[in-house]
Structure formats: C-alpha cells, structure tokens
Design a binder for this molecule. Structure first.
Ligand code: NDP
Ligand code: NHF
Length: 443
C-alpha cells in the first residue's frame, strides 16, 4: 500500500529525477527526499540474488515490494521474506506495472544482463545495487557510470568485501604509508576461466527448456542459442562462456583489484594491457592467464605509471617477487603491494601482513555493505563504490578480457575516446552486437 504522502513524495521524486537527467544534477537529488522507507525489488532471486535480497531486506527500513527471476522455480527461497509481494519473470513488466511503488532494485543476474537491467532501472529513477563485475563489456561499464551520473540515483557494485575488515585494513595501511609508495602490484586467484560446465564447445544434444524458465529472457542481449541442459549455461556455469560471463578475471577481478583501486585511489583509465594465456577458442575463456596492465600513477605510487599484473588458473607471482619472511606463505588468492620500504601481502578476504621485520598492522572494523547502500538511498549519500568507481574498475577488468583475443600483444588504450589505438580489430571486443529487442542505447 502506498500512502497519499508517499504518492506525493514519489511524484516529486519522478520530477526531480527527470530534472536530474536533463541537467546532469549531482547524485543526491533523489535520495535526500526519500521518507523513512525504501520500497525494494530484487531481480535475480537465487544464487547470489538470494543472499543479496536477504541482507538488503534485513535493514529495518526496507520493504520488499516485488521479486523477479526468469526461472520461477528459483523464487521459492525469497518468497518467505515478503509472502504478499508479486513475483515476475520479466524485470521490464515488473518496472512497468509497479512504477513508483519501487524505489530501488538489486540486480544479481548473470553478467551479460547487468547493464540492460540496471540502465533501464536507473533511467526510471531507481537506486541500483548491481553485482560484480558491473558489466560484461568495457562499453557497458562506461554507460553504467555515465547513466548513474546523469540520473543521480544511489548505486553500489555488489562487492561486499569492499566493506570487509581485511580489505579496509589493507587500504588504510597503504594510505598510511606502511610500505612507502607503491611501485607494482601483483594480484592472483586460483579460479580458472572455464571448467564449470565441463564443456569447451556447445553441446551437440539439447535438452528441452524447463517449463518454469523463460529462455528468451535469460539469453537477453546475447545471440540466441538452444538451452543446452541443466548447468550447460544456466545456472552458474555461464561464467565459462564468452557470450555471458567473463572468465576468471571477470569473476574475481572486481574482488581482488578492489583494494588496489581503493587504496591507490585509481581513477584513471588503463594506459595499456597485455594478455598471455594457455589458449582459447570462440566460446569459452582461457584456463590460465597472466594479464599485465599499465595504469596511471597516483599520490600513492612511486612512478607516474603503475604496473599491475593479474594471474589466474593456478598461476601466481614468484617467490622472488613476494620476498616473504621465514614462516610467511602466499595465500591461495590475494595481492602483493610492492612498496619502497617493503611488501604488503593482502590475502583475498584475509588480514594483510608485511615483510618488514617488527611491523604489524592494526585491523580496521568491517562495515555493513548492504545497509550502507540502503542508508545511502535514504539519506542521499553515495557510497564510495558506486557505479562511478565500479565502472572504472570493471572497464579495466573487461579490458583484460579484450586482450585475451590478442595474446602476446600490448594493446594501447585511449580511455577518453574509449578506443584501442594500435589494433583496430580489438575495438570490436570493447562492446558487443545486441540482439534485436535487447539493445542498450548509448548516452
Ligand atoms: N559478490 C559476490 O560474492 C558474488 C557475486 N556473484 C555475482 O552474482 C551474479 C549472479 O551469480 P549467480 O547467483 O552465481 O548466478 P545464477 O546463474 O545462479 O543466477 C542468479 C539468479 O538470477 C536469475 N536470473 C538469470 N537471468 C535473469 C534475468 N534476466 N532476470 C531475472 N533473473 C535472472 C537466475 O535464474 P536462472 O536460474 O534461471 O538462471 C538465478 O535465480 C553474477 O554477476 C555473479 O558474478 C555471485 C556469487 C558471489
Ligand atoms: O566471491 C565469489 C565466490 O565465488 C563465485 C563463483 O566463482 C564468484 O562469482 C563470487 O564473486
């Protein structure tokens, strides 16, 4: 039920957002006028969607007003959170029908659908919490941050460990100068680019689409292909496939590189990117890769540019780079910040340590990532990792995937022009061809 004062407030917000769109007003226009309740709809209700919705809904000022999932069999878990809330298969139908009853949405769907859903929601003035990586392509990441700026809605990328004690502690230590200025960063994860579906190519035999699933909506912006079968593409295994997911760096880059971008306050576009890997075809991502970025330097780096090296699929930096003290070991995933005074090792969601005798780091407490976004929607205060930040980080991550198509080549990137300047063929991988009816309009 919406009270008349709510209606007035929402009408006012509609006008405010329209005005914000027209004049590119700052990001607090909508949020500062909200009353004490946030009417929220969750898009993507199982897998990560379930925990996103549950944790957002645990804020006492959130009311779940609707749920949406392309597979109705996967809505069972969220229903008890709001038994009377309607359930939709098509997010567009939900936004059309419920209109101003929705203030904010979460988008916890496979990567290829993040941009189309989030941009539509932002254009309608909804605050958006969207999972990592923010988008499947570099161009989409740029559109997301431009749209967030234009509409002034409150956004957050779904990388909850941005608010975790371990990463916050690592960020503070770097900014406090514990290892001096940073000369290089090495980040790695054990995850491989494919292997979740057990396939390297499309299956020859296709099972029928389950009755509860709208396969046309699941495919969304990507070229249509047959359903395949359970766990060929859906659910979860889409990560392997170039049309839908983003491989190992797409899956973990926005996690592991988050404290790197945050600590060093990186806001510039990568200058170049170079990938070397174990091979790929037209369908799935490489099993193991090493991606070398050159990023513009900041106040926390020693040089005017900074090399960042990414490793996945079992690759990791050498002991010569790590220079660990006796008794220290490299974690399964994490980052080494190489500094002028020594190295800081930041395990993936583990407390950082340094290889400087006698130096230890005081932990910083965690914050509630989900409630932080809700509080931002209610107060108008944009959290630190909105789409401006997440868009930059995701552009870098997905640029690594562009480089995978040209192994051994250094691609030079002009961020302002959104263009690779020394390989014209590579530019086509910055974006994709959108299926008719699922286009995303450029801002
Ligand atoms: N921050 C973190 O720690 C984590 C983040 N993630 C991120 O969360 C997102 C979802 O991943 P995951 O949960 O594993 O994926 P799933 O394949 O399990 O999809 C999540 C849910 O979204 C539904 N869905 C798919 N497409 C649509 C659509 N167009 N509209 C509405 N619902 C849809 C799925 O239905 P169906 O079953 O039919 O596909 C499923 O219920 C990804 O971006 C992933 O990177 C994932 C895990 C952890
Ligand atoms: O943190 C995470 C845990 O693993 C998942 C599956 O690889 C990731 O998608 C996710 O981001």
């Amino acid at each position: 039920m919406t009270s008349s004062s709510d209606t007035t407030r929402r009408d006012f917000l509609k006008t405010s957002v329209a005005a914000a769109s027209a004049f590119a007003a700052p990001a607090f226009v909508r949020g500062q006028n909200l009353n004490s309740q946030l009417q929220f709809a969750g898009i993507g209700t199982d897998g990560k969607g379930y925990s996103d919705i549950k944790l957002i809904a645990s804020h006492d000022k959130v009311k779940c007003v609707a749920f949406c999932d392309v597979d109705l069999s996967r809505t069972a878990k969220v229903k008890p959170l709001a038994p009377d809330a309607p359930v939709y298969q098509d997010y567009k139908a939900m936004l059309d029908e419920l209109g101003d009853k929705i203030d904010a949405v979460s988008v916890s769907t496979p990567d290829h659908t993040h941009a189309i859903i989030s941009i539509d929601a932002m254009q309608r003035g909804k605050h958006v919490y969207c999972q990592k990586p923010l988008t499947r392509t570099v161009w989409e990441a740029r559109q997301m941050r431009l749209q967030a700026k234009k509409t002034g809605v409150i956004t957050r990328m779904g990388n909850q460990i941005h608010s975790h004690s371990a990463y916050r502690t690592g960020v503070k230590a770097i900014q406090d100068g514990v290892i001096g200025k940073v000369t290089a960063v090495h980040s790695w994860v054990g995850t491989t680019g494919h292997g979740r579906s057990g396939l390297l190519d499309r299956p020859k035999v296709n099972e029928p689409v389950p009755k509860t699933l709208d396969w046309n909506l699941w495919i969304s912006v990507a070229p249509m292909r047959p359903y395949g079968g359970n766990r060929v593409y859906h659910p979860f295994t889409w990560r392997d496939w170039q049309d839908f997911g983003s491989g190992a760096i797409g899956d973990f880059g926005c996690h592991l590189l988050d404290p790197v971008y945050t600590a060093l306050k990186i806001t510039g576009d990568p200058i170049s990117v170079h990938s070397e890997h174990t091979g790929m075809n037209d369908e799935v991502w490489p099993a193991q890769e090493t991606i070398k970025y050159i990023i513009p330097g900041t106040q926390y780096t020693a040089g005017r540019s900074l090399p960042i090296t990414w490793y996945d699929g079992g690759r990791r930096p050498s002991n010569g780079i790590a220079k660990l003290l006796p008794g220290q070991t490299l974690p399964g995933g994490g980052s080494i910040f190489v500094g002028q005074k020594g190295n800081m090792i930041l395990p993936h969601v583990g407390q950082p340590f340094v290889n400087i005798e006698g130096v230890s780091i005081e932990p910083v407490p965690s914050l509630d990532h989900y409630h932080g976004w809700v509080d931002g929607c209610l107060s108008g205060k944009q959290p630190s990792d909105g789409f401006e930040y997440g868009g930059h980080l995701t552009e870098a991550v997905q640029l690594g995937n562009v480089a995978a198509y040209f192994p051994g080549e250094t691609l030079e990137f002009d961020g302002k022009a959104l263009k690779i300047t020394n390989n014209s063929e590579a530019n086509k991988y910055l974006t994709r061809d959108y299926r008719t009816g699922f286009e995303i309009a450029s801002i």
